[in-house]
Design a protein around this ligand. Structure first.
Ligand SMILES: CC(=O)N[C@H]1[C@@H](OP(=O)(O)OP(=O)(O)OC[C@H]2O[C@@H](n3ccc(=O)[nH]c3=O)[C@H](O)[C@@H]2O)O[C@H](CO)[C@@H](O)[C@@H]1O
Length: 363
């Protein structure tokens, strides 16, 4: 079969930058994999000894490490140190950009992208920034003057949507047959509050009148793995606790209920899979962006939001009993989520950029 045309056909050399957390790394890898499949020369730029470097190495994607420090939420002295590193980092990024000579740079977020986006902007390389959150992150906000396109989560915006590797086929999935499958996900680093709270809550409600039998998969983050495993000791149901799960969308595809944080990619993948979910936003996220991510879906009746500080109260257990015993409600909620997902197949997302890219390269 003939290879599909690369949507940005004038792009022969693509530089992607962005990292720090899974929410920035996963879309970067998705875009890089797709471009490489189309015969485009790629380079991934991020921090040394990081999740992005490990993911690039696992896939043999050429990686350019550059040390930068974050500013947001830091004290004054750390901010000054971060600013001090920046000019040198911008110089190094400029040299790398000159050597690699990309036709396009795509930034997927995080402070690691700053020197690359600034250098690309000054070198006349077109820049696309992806913002997968409902509220713009600080690095995207300060970098926006360097970008030709800022891609947002809004499907109806000209360059909107969040690129994913696949939209799960859920046609034949029987989500609500007993035992139900509950998937608990804390995000790329895990979530302490979910690891500490959810095992006891689920253990207590198992076997309550009206609650169907269920099994649990719990992604804890590597750091909390042992603690979370012991929190499930003696649980009356089948449970699998993992630090990191390689193919989370596959778990969402068959989940009866997901209990999770509301990081941008988590919301994108859960909704793309049509999974009903209880979102428990990280309360200290900058600008409360996790709450805003979840609100977009909850406002379409595609999920529920619970405040972290309330999950230990009896109201949360009653809520879980109510939804678990109501397959119609679960099913309708999952369907609403799927209809309102920000997820777009990565090739389609790249195609959406084509018109402006065509104009730029003719300019
Ligand atoms: C605490 C915090 O500030 N978190 C931020 C971080 O979250 P975080 O890094 O947790 O990001 P997301 O929830 O957006 O995405 C996690 C990504 O990692 C993948 N994954 C995760 C766990 C695992 O075991 N296996 C796996 O593959 C998921 O499939 C997903 O693609 O970046 C997001 C994107 O800007 C933000 O919205 C979040 O607020």
């Amino acid at each position: 079969m003939a290879a599909k045309r690369f949507p940005l056909e004038r792009v022969r050399r693509l530089l992607v930058t962005g990292g720090g957390t899974g929410g920035h790394v996963i879309p970067a890898i998705t875009i890089l994999d797709e471009a490489r499949k189309r015969g485009v020369a790629v380079l991934y730029a991020g921090a040394p000894d990081s999740l992005e470097e490990r993911q690039a190495k696992n896939r043999s994607i050429p990686f350019s490490p550059l040390k930068v420090t974050g500013f947001a939420g830091k004290g004054v002295s750390e901010k000054v140190r971060a600013l001090g590193i920046l000019p040198g980092a911008i110089r190094k990024a400029s040299l790398q950009i000159r050597a690699f000579s990309p036709d396009l740079l795509i930034g997927t977020g995080g402070y690691v992208q700053i020197p690359w986006v600034v250098s690309a902007g000054f070198s006349g390389v077109p820049v696309v920034l992806l913002e997968p959150n409902a509220v713009s992150g600080w690095s995207n906000r300060i970098l926006s003057p360097f970008a030709q396109i800022i891609s947002t989560i809004h499907q109806d915006a000209p360059y909107g949507g969040v690129p994913v590797r696949g939209i799960p086929d859920v046609g034949s999935v029987e989500r609500f047959r007993e035992p139900l499958r509950i998937v608990v996900v804390g995000g790329s680093q895990g979530a302490r509050a979910l690891n500490e709270g959810i095992p006891r809550i689920l253990s207590d409600l198992y076997g309550k009148p009206g609650v169907p039998a269920f099994s649990v998969v719990h992604q804890s983050g590597e750091k909390w793995l042992e603690m979370t495993r012991s929190a499930y000791n003696g649980a009356p149901f089948e449970v699998d606790v993992c630090g990191f799960l390689e193919n989370l969308p596959e778990y969402y595809r068959t989940a009866s209920l997901v209990i999770c944080r509301s990081g941008a990619m988590t919301v994108t993948e859960v909704t793309a899979a049509g999974a009903p979910a209880v979102y428990i936003p990280y309360p200290h996220a900058i600008g409360d962006h996790q709450r805003r991510n979840a609100e977009i879906i909850a406002n379409c009746s595609g999920g529920w939001i619970w405040r972290e500080s309330l999950i230990q109260e009896s109201g949360f257990s009653h809520f879980l009993i109510n939804v678990l015993s109501n397959p119609d409600l679960l099913s309708k909620t999952g369907e609403n989520a799927r209809l309102n997902t920000p997820a777009v197949m990565v090739d389609r997302w790249l195609e959406r950029l084509s018109p402006i890219w065509g104009n730029l390269s003719n300019a």
